[in-house]
Design a protein around this ligand. Sequence first.
Ligand code: SF4
Length: 334
Amino acid sequence: MTSIQYNLDLEVTEVEAAKTVDFGSYDHIIVAFSGGKDSLACLLHLFDLGVNREKIELWHHDIDGREGSTLMDWPVTRDYCRKVAQAFNLPIYFSWKQGGFEREMTRDGTATAPTMFETPDGLQSRGGQGKPGTRLKFPQVAADLKVRWCSAYLKIDVGSVALRNQDRFNGKRTLFVTGERAQESTSRARYKVFEPHRTHGNKRHVDHYRPVHGWSEEQVWEIIRDYRVAAHPAYALGWGRLSCACCIFGDDNQWASHRVVLPDAHADVVKYENSFGTTIHRQKTITERADSGTPYEMDPALIELARSEIYDLPIIVDTWALPSGAYGPASGPT
Ligand code: SF4
């Protein structure tokens, strides 16, 4: 098993939680799986802990939704996630807000869109009748989820709607696993390793477990290497963190690289910055930022793979190599 560092400031350390979490007592174990290294490490760590794989399911939130927007996500992410699930013989369920990030950002006196979520019994939809509201600007680059609305509206709320609205979780015990790490930011350092999930209540028991909260990035790559899992191609392109390809937290080099890899999405951001009169960064335009950066040295074949909606390489590889983005600047949500 990978060694684990203690963070003694936490109420429950990773080691204490892993010892005290009675995995056998749960009916369902949901791993929130972005396709990034930290959620992958969570999954592999559950395997290390001997958790019954028949209880595990992966959940992935499509940030762009499924209605045609291609502004934010890596095109290959969805299929990469699907192939990881297949490689470990696990079910994967996708969920999203209709119209994704783009529809939410362009709300103009309208309600937030309904949430769509896959279930074992098919696709379902809930919500979308809230109060009218107007955004017409990008989320703010901030830790506060009230102004950095993308994480709240397109990930956290979507997952909660999917959990609250499936009878199969009622009267059951569910463990909801996410991969935030303390090392990522001071705000994430304050997260608890183990706590009641926001959907916990009289109807259903749901615990939230962050098994890699105290892990270093070295530990994360170590477990991925041990299982010889190919990381998402964004890491080999030079990204230090898998988030949206167009993550609002991008640094100058990331924006310069984004302009090369996904020029159409990049041009759409320029268009929105012009039409909103407010940039992502608030002070600089995305063009000024990309002009100040240097694109990563990127393999053209990997660029094609990242642009593709099909991930056609093996997930479990014979020879594992640390991707060039590992240990690089981790520009991503705080
Ligand atoms: S990855 Fe970045 S842009 Fe995407 S939802 Fe998270 S904070 Fe927002």
